[in-house]
Design a protein around this ligand. Structure first.
Ligand code: A3P
Length: 305
């Protein structure tokens, strides 16, 4: 594991189970004990499921498509609460940007707060269970997720190893944030809770207007056809890849090879496709991933196209 993740020091949150960047230990208690507000809106997901895309959709709907305010960095408007732990940006970076303490930022934000996290259910604030704010969860086929996560870990965490090794580790749940299957299953099990909306990346790719309508209804917002058209244009892959408020160039400054931003496999917003796994996985690997997905989800009715 440490050979694969060259630059990021990792810690085992649950021995033999969940691995996270070592500095998570310094914020875990503050996140678990966070005072949750009823009008918070949380976007939760395993990393690389399209959570930045989803967060932008949720934030825009929740803020009546205020594209003027949307020019602010997404990490400021809708922080990843554990950003301070994942160590992407300490202090002031090459862009002169200091992300600061993400937990304090969340604590100090005026309501309604838009908050993102990749943490598993049991590591999120305890009060989510009692205060029950709205939670939007987004899932993605673990095969594409794994490929996307591989490239992201190379970009941001100094991962230096072949895809096959990463995929084995991913299957074992040994990558940061643990098993994608357990993560997704624990939220799928809550899909009928009235405060939870379960989305899939593949559905957003296939039919974004209907996922926008579902999300607006869930957030209790009216959205007309013109607004939907504008939002779809704003959320398009090309627009988001070139939008500095959401494309993570600023957050990943120094790690992000700016000149490589348009290369297919470099960049936070990378390819945005369903089925890219076919370019990386052997038949055997595909069969093992599909088997795990079937075994984990089939009985509960979740599948990925
Ligand atoms: P790929 O690496 O497969 O391209 P997250 O934000 O949770 O880290 O997820 C990142 C994934 O979402 C990346 O997948 C990224 O390209 C994709 N993504 C980001 N914005 C997108 C958009 N507007 N449309 C489609 N996919 C998008």
């Amino acid at each position: 594991l440490f050979k694969l993740f060259g630059r990021t020091t990792l810690m085992e949150v649950r021995p033999g189970g969940l691995t996270l960047p070592a500095r998570y230990g310094a914020v875990s208690g503050r996140i678990r004990g966070l005072a949750v507000r009823p009008d918070d809106v949380w976007v939760v997901s395993y990393p690389r499921t399209g959570s930045t895309w989803t967060q932008e959709m949720v934030w825009c709907i929740g803020n009546d498509l205020d594209f003027t305010r949307a020019v602010e960095l997404q990490q400021y408007r809708a922080p990843l609460i554990e950003m301070a732990a994942v160590g992407l940006n300490d202090g002031r970076n090459a862009f002169g940007v200091a992300l600061g303490d993400s937990v304090s930022r969340v604590t100090d934000m005026p309501s309604p707060r838009f908050i993102k996290s990749h943490l598993t259910w049991d590591l999120l604030p305890e009060q989510l269970c009692t205060v029950r704010p709205k939670v939007v969860y987004v899932a993605r086929d673990p095969k594409d997720l794994c490929v996307s996560y591989y490239h992201y870990c190379r970009l941001a965490h100094g991962l230096d190893g072949p895809f096959q090794d990463f995929a084995e580790l991913f299957l074992q749940g040994g990558v940061p944030y643990g098993s994608a299957w357990s993560h997704i299953l624990s939220f799928w099990a809550r899909r009928n809770d009235p405060n939870l909306l379960f989305l899939k990346y593949e559905d957003m790719k296939k039919d974004l207007p209907s996922q926008i309508r579902r999300t607006a209804e869930f957030l209790g917002k009216q959205i007309g056809n013109d607004d939907i058209r504008n939002l779809i244009e704003y959320l398009s892959f090309d627009r988001m890849r070139d939008n500095p408020a959401v494309n993570f160039q600023v957050v990943l400054a120094g790690k992000y090879r700016r000149e490589g931003a348009r290369e297919a496999d470099v960049g936070f917003i990378r390819k945005g496709q369903v089925g890219d796994y076919k370019n990386y996985m052997t038949e055997d690997m595909i069969a093992r991933f599909d088997m795990r997905t079937r075994e984990t989800f089939a009985a509960s009715g979740l599948s990925f196209d």
